[in-house]
Design a protein around this ligand. Structure first.
Ligand SMILES: Cc1cc2nc3c(=O)[nH]c(=O)nc-3n(C[C@H](O)[C@H](O)[C@H](O)COP(=O)(O)OP(=O)(O)OC[C@H]3O[C@@H](n4cnc5c(N)ncnc54)[C@H](O)[C@@H]3O)c2cc1C
Ligand code: SF4
Length: 578
């Protein structure tokens, strides 16, 4: 060796747009003019929007993604610090109400390129086949206009694109394995595994989670320090910011960050013409587009469509059914915390790495429809302090004492299926945001089935915690993962979009994000959202320019375009590729 291995140390390289220690975007990004009529304008470059942008750009379309938040430079903008990372969230004003109001703001949805995939824990279970036919099987909720088999190839594809680490055999739903081997288990995961094993409940260890268990391409493997919900500065956790957006830019896609869409313009020919938005400097602009896709999250998507009400659609754009904003869902997310004599250290390892879906489907003996999953969670100190205040009423000196005991607590959570109800909805409030745009008002009520399910699930998870050996057990009521409010269906009278995400009312207006879910299962929604986005993109690509001119609806299933995946998707390598 002629030179010393390390050489001189210097400050981290700051030029270029950095997305991780080894990943950066080089080269100029495409910049379309507002006066250019692009093919697609996507509102929101989050979980769904990032995948759509990448696919459509790669297929050769002119595509602009308007994103309300920043285009993160992870070296410059992110810190591995719980308080310092709260900027990742959508904390603009939202109004919440109803008998069981959802807490909105921090720990809810993302704002910035990558959206919620930046701060998600990255649990990536698939939906079960039963999730797509809830009404037919259980006489509650609704059926999807697609089946599990329609989405299965996209699950397999996205599990490689992210990629997902998990067991070789995952027994629930349609059994399957994962492309990357499972992660080592931290003590939080051990709590769940120990408790479940004692009670004879099958449990999955080490995933499924979209975190690299072995390095791949320009992304390093996980270093197990538990800052996943703070954005993962390491780049081991998948987010569309690092998995799809770079490839979109390489193929001529544009991300216009800090650009807040305020209204979609409808022409007299009943076709949308583009999107009004406020740019980085707060100036009103208009991006012309041949078609628009709204991917703004289950609250901001209905908000934008409601704010786009116009002649012919006085109750909101594409809302002839009156269902826009309705059937909003959250999952029950009660956290059960247990104190152990031994050290647990909640921050060690990704929070998401052990789970069971043993209680997922309806069991008539339980007296309610549908079910729940149980998952590991790993709150950092601020989140833990809030949980202790809610669960134990800890305050003042009592809170200080319990915080000093932080390293002895473990936590596992319910992920329960709350059904879609028409009265759970997003409307417009009289309050306005910093741009003068009416904000969302969210109403949420638990119904009888939901309450029974939550009571049963809480009891079961508490039993698991005791069985794991806890000396004290407390719990916090919580919700997670908002979806619905612009649901897909075959009937234009009862749904907003068709099975490819095209609004029933307007031929060149699409919705593609978690808001199209008719039901939500007990699986975390992110993988399904991205799989649906890849499927919608395949549909749009197969339709070609017809989308821009024709009102005819071709409902043929499109071919799956494996050649449009980001580079490295089909890399063979460690530790296990099937
Ligand atoms: C703490 C936490 C942990 C989570 N963990 C998991 C997990 O482990 N697994 C899982 O599957 N899911 C998880 N989720 C949920 C997951 O993050 C979301 O379900 C998912 O990101 C939603 O995808 P989306 O495409 O619907 O919206 P988003 O990803 O939220 O994207 C919407 C984007 O649109 C932008 N936008 C909105 N309105 C406008 C506008 N008017 N103009 C311009 N831009 C706009 C937003 O800024 C945002 O970037 C978690 C969520 C939270 C809060
Ligand atoms: S635990 Fe792993 S995935 Fe999570 S922040 Fe750390 S390196 Fe990233």
């Amino acid at each position: 060796m002629k030179k010393p291995l390390l050489g001189a140390f210097g400050p981290p390289e700051t030029n270029g747009h950095r997305l991780g220690p080894m990943q950066s975007i080089s080269g100029e990004m495409q910049r379309f003019k507002d006066t250019d009529e692009v093919d697609y304008c996507i509102v929101g470059v989050g979980s769904a929007g990032g995948v759509l942008l990448q696919r459509l750009a790669r297929a050769g379309f002119q595509v602009v993604g308007l994103e309300a938040g920043p285009f993160w430079n992870t070296e410059r903008d992110w810190v591995s610090d719980e308080k310092g990372s709260h900027q990742l969230y959508w904390t603009d004003l939202r109004i919440t109400g109803g008998e069981d109001p959802l807490s909105l703001g921090e720990n809810n949805s993302g704002k910035g390129v990558g959206g919620g995939s930046v701060h998600w824990a990255a649990f990536t279970p698939r939906f079960h086949p039963s999730d797509f036919r809830v009404y037919s099987e259980d006489s509650v909720g609704a059926d999807w206009p697609i089946a599990y088999d329609d989405l299965k190839p996209y699950y397999e594809l996205l599990e490689r694109e992210m990629p997902v680490a998990g067991p070789a055999y995952f027994p629930w739903g349609e059994p399957h394995g994962y492309p990357y081997g499972p992660h080592p288990v931290g003590e939080v995961g051990n709590t769940l595994i120990r408790g479940c094993t004692k009670l004879g409940i099958r449990v999955s260890a080490g995933g499924p989670v979209a975190i690299l268990s072995g390095s791949r391409g320009d992304r390093p493997h996980c270093i197990y320090r538990g800052f996943c919900i703070q954005g993962c500065k390491v780049g081991a956790k998948a987010s569309t910011l690092i998995t799809h957006v770079p490839n979109a830019l390489e193929h001529g896609g544009e991300v216009r960050d800090r650009s807040m869409a305020s209204r979609i313009e409808l022409g007299s020919d009943r076709r949308v013409k583009g999107v009004h938005y406020f740019d980085k400097e707060g100036r009103a602009q208009f991006q012309k587009a041949k078609a628009v896709i709204v991917s703004g999250y289950a609250i901001e998507t209905p908000r934008l469509l409601l704010n786009s009400a116009c002649s012919g659609f006085s109750a909101g754009l594409a809302n002839s059914s009156g269902t826009l904003g309705r059937y909003l869902m959250a999952q029950a997310g009660n956290v059960i915390l247990g104190r152990f004599d031994h050290l647990v250290r909640l921050y060690k390892a990704p929070p998401a790495h052990a789970m069971t879906e043993e209680f997922y489907e309806t069991d008539p003996k339980r007296g309610f429809a549908r079910g729940f999953a149980i998952q590991s969670v790993g709150p950092l100190p601020i989140a833990f302090a809030k949980q202790m205040m809610a669960a134990k009423g800890a305050w003042g000196w009592g809170l200080r004492r319990v915080m000093m005991d932080y390293n002895h607590w473990s936590s596992i959570a319910v992920l329960g299926e709350i059904l879609p109800w028409a009265d759970n909805r997003v409307e417009l409030a009289s309050e306005k945001d910093q741009f003068g745009i009416p904000v969302a008002k969210v109403t949420f009520n638990l119904h009888d089935n939901d309450k029974k399910l939550i009571a049963f699930a809480k009891k079961k998870v508490t039993e698991v915690m005791w069985a794991a050996g806890a000396g004290e057990v407390v719990q916090e009521d919580r919700y997670a993962h908002l979806v619905g409010a612009a649901r897909m269906g075959s009937d234009p009278e009862t749904s907003v979009v068709d099975r490819f995400g095209r609004t029933h009312d307007i031929a060149n207006l699409f919705v593609c994000d978690g808001s199209v879910f008719p039901t939500q299962g007990s699986a975390n929604p992110g993988l399904t959202i991205q799989a649906l986005a890849a499927r919608t993109a395949d549909y749009l690509i197969s339709q070609g320019d017809r989308i821009f001119t024709s009102d005819a609806r071709d409902m043929t299933q499109p071919p799956i375009r494996y050649n449009l995946s980001p580079p490295g998707t089909f890399l063979k390598g460690m530790p296990r590729m099937t």
